[in-house]
Write a protein of this length. Structure first.
Length: 327
């Protein structure tokens, strides 16, 4: 800074005001200082400026896995939205155990972050005795309702209702369901909406099949359902399991959609290239990321902001894997 001040013929305090974007510097002086910075390759010390301001313009993201489509696309939405607001993100993957979650939150006090977005189940946060560092704000993604934390999530109930109602409107007597893991809030929400939508229509819910989000588990469920002559419609809790269903039905000679209709959930980028192209529920992952970042920034602007819940709407995308039941 002293070298810049000497080259520009100004004081070190003037260089400091220019580097901090202060408006009380004459334009000609500012240009002279900026030219000197460029000539000398000077870059302001971001860490020092952050300490002085009391903010780091960085949001921490705590999540269980990077291997799922939902987490990756949500993370992308968070990163894009944070960048638009002039923030960076610090990623902190953790194992889905109470001890690891608690340890991750202990580490947050060592990281230069202003707030946290946690992509995980809220019951783990509550039972792990995870304590945020004093003054730290947090938004929870893909989780259940709580009065302790602000929550942003896809409207899981709406999406599942859209999927089941679509199949009923096509004339199917009932809809079978391949659910996600019991430990998953999203999986259980979709399962609950499947059941209540059938009940509201006066239909009997068939026995539940459960998968683990993988195409392999969907394939195993499809092998069982292929032997059910009364199965003409299936709602899979994600597109990967729907892909496994399509393979199992194909191998068993059950045509999709002529003999059995299949609906997924997520609308992964490859869903339109499945054979046949998959009818599915589209999640707005970019919207989830945008609302999550907005929730953190709202709390940073006003610490008195109460916890809120934002449900991002879904959209049913109808393709060629669904049709009326066979005569």
């Amino acid at each position: 800074m002293a070298d810049v001040a000497k080259l520009a013929g100004v004081s070190a305090q003037t260089v400091s005001r220019v580097s901090n974007g202060a408006g009380d510097v004459v334009d000609a002086t500012r240009e002279r200082v900026l030219r000197a910075m460029d000539e000398l390759g000077y870059r302001p010390n971001g860490a020092a400026r952050a300490l002085k301001r009391g903010e780091f313009r960085t949001i921490g993201v705590v999540l269980f896995t990077l291997s799922t489509t939902g987490n990756m696309r949500t993370l992308e939405g968070i990163a894009d939205s944070a960048a638009e607001q002039g923030y960076a993100i610090t990623l902190l993957p953790v194992a889905p155990t109470q001890a690891k979650v608690a340890g991750a939150f202990d580490r947050l006090s060592e990281l230069a972050v202003d707030g946290v977005i946690a992509i995980m189940e809220v019951h783990l946060l509550d039972t792990a005795q995870a304590v945020l560092p004093p003054g730290m704000t947090m938004v929870v993604v893909d989780s259940g309702g709580t009065d302790r934390h602000s929550v942003v999530d896809t409207d899981q109930h709406l999406g599942a209702r859209q999927a089941v109602q679509h199949l009923l409107d096509l004339g199917h007597e009932t809809v079978w369901h391949v659910a996600g893991p019991e430990a998953s809030y999203a999986g259980e929400s979709r399962c609950e909406a499947w059941r209540t939508t059938l009940e509201a229509a006066g239909r009997t819910a068939p026995p539940l099949l459960r998968g683990d989000w993988s195409a392999e588990s969907g394939y195993a469920a499809g092998q069982r359902l292929a032997g059910e002559p009364g199965c003409t419609a299936v709602f899979a809790a994600n597109d990967q399991m729907a892909l496994g269903l399509l393979r199992a039905f194909h191998e068993a000679g059950r045509r999709v959609p002529q003999d059995v209709s299949v609906v997924g959930f997520d609308d992964v980028p490859d869903a339109a290239s499945y054979i046949p192209p998959l009818t599915t529920v589209r999640q707005d992952f970019a919207g989830v990321g945008r609302h999550s970042v907005a929730g953190v920034l709202a709390q940073l602007r006003d610490r008195r902001t109460p916890p809120t819940t934002v449900l991002v709407p879904t959209e049913l995308v109808v393709r060629e894997s669904t049709a009326p039941p066979p005569d």
